[in-house]
Design a protein around this ligand. Structure first.
Ligand code: ATP
Length: 238
């Protein structure tokens, strides 16, 4: 492992039954980096995030977080170690209030102890959540729900935040707002993985990008070195 990497994924393969969804993928994330994983539908992006979180079992390969092997760790343990996921589709609890949704994110003993302080920090980051703290999740707009999903993940005090398609279905002005907040979260010292289909936005937001095609990494580099054209070709496999 490169010394000091926050995450090292080595030769990871993941199957769903007979289907090989992720094939022999390796990548590292250095502390404080924002890494983008770019790829079309079905490229294996979410599966990699789920494997890192312990939601999907690896068929082979390994995942190390801060030098510890977490390949077979369960989600509870990966969260306790400092990995939090913002799932694709947000998955907030519609019949719980904003505050209750946030508190669910602080289920580990350490985070529970700090939950009052952390909730205030989330309300400072996303003031609209503070204003709507007693409203049910179902009554929030799509953008507010996305903010809530990010806030809920932050309640666990992560060192690594895995964001799965946080721009999905949102208007450009809201997406910009949310990406500005991701930038602020990064400035707090949290490393971030952004899974995105939007090539331009991904490249703009990251320090390093990986392009996935059919479960494999087909291109990688810094945003300065990767042209949009090259990423697009790798994305479509042309
Ligand atoms: P998307 O942007 O559509 O979420 P993705 O790049 O995140 O795409 P994955 O969701 O990781 O891709 O899917 C990779 C492959 O695994 C696809 O062929 C998909 O159909 C398949 N797959 C994903 N989840 C399951 C599952 N629970 N059971 C069976 N196959 C699955």
């Amino acid at each position: 492992m490169k010394s000091g990497s926050i995450l090292e994924v080595s030769n990871l393969s993941v199957h769903y039954g007979e289907l090989l969804a992720v094939e022999d993928i390796s990548f590292t994330i250095e502390p404080g980096q924002v890494v983008s994983i770019i790829g079309a539908n079905g490229a294996g992006k979410s599966t990699v995030l789920k494997s890192i979180s312990g939601l999907c079992a690896a068929s082979s390969g390994s995942i190390k977080f801060l030098g510890e092997d977490v390949t077979t760790s369960k989600p509870y343990h990966t969260v306790a170690e400092g990995i939090a996921m913002v799932p694709e589709g947000r998955h907030i609890f519609p019949r719980l209030t904003v505050r209750e949704n946030l508190l669910i994110g602080s289920f580990t003993p350490r985070a529970r102890k700090n939950s009052d302080k952390n909730i205030q920090k989330i309300y400072e980051l996303f003031p609209i959540l503070g204003e709507r703290c007693d409203q049910f999740g179902i009554n929030l707009s799509g953008g507010e729900q996305q903010m809530l999903a990010i806030g809920r993940a932050l309640m666990s005090e992560p060192k690594l935040l895995l964001c799965d398609e946080i721009s999905l279905g949102l208007a450009p002005v809201i997406i910009k707002d949310i990406y500005d907040k991701v930038h602020e979260i990064h400035n707090e010292g949290i490393s971030i993985v952004l899974v995105e289909q939007d090539i331009k936005r991904s490249l703009k937001a990251c320090d390093w990008a990986y392009v996935f095609l059919e479960g494999k990494v087909v291109l990688q580099g810094s945003p300065e070195d990767l042209t949009e054209d090259a990423v697009q070709k790798a994305y479509f496999g042309t």
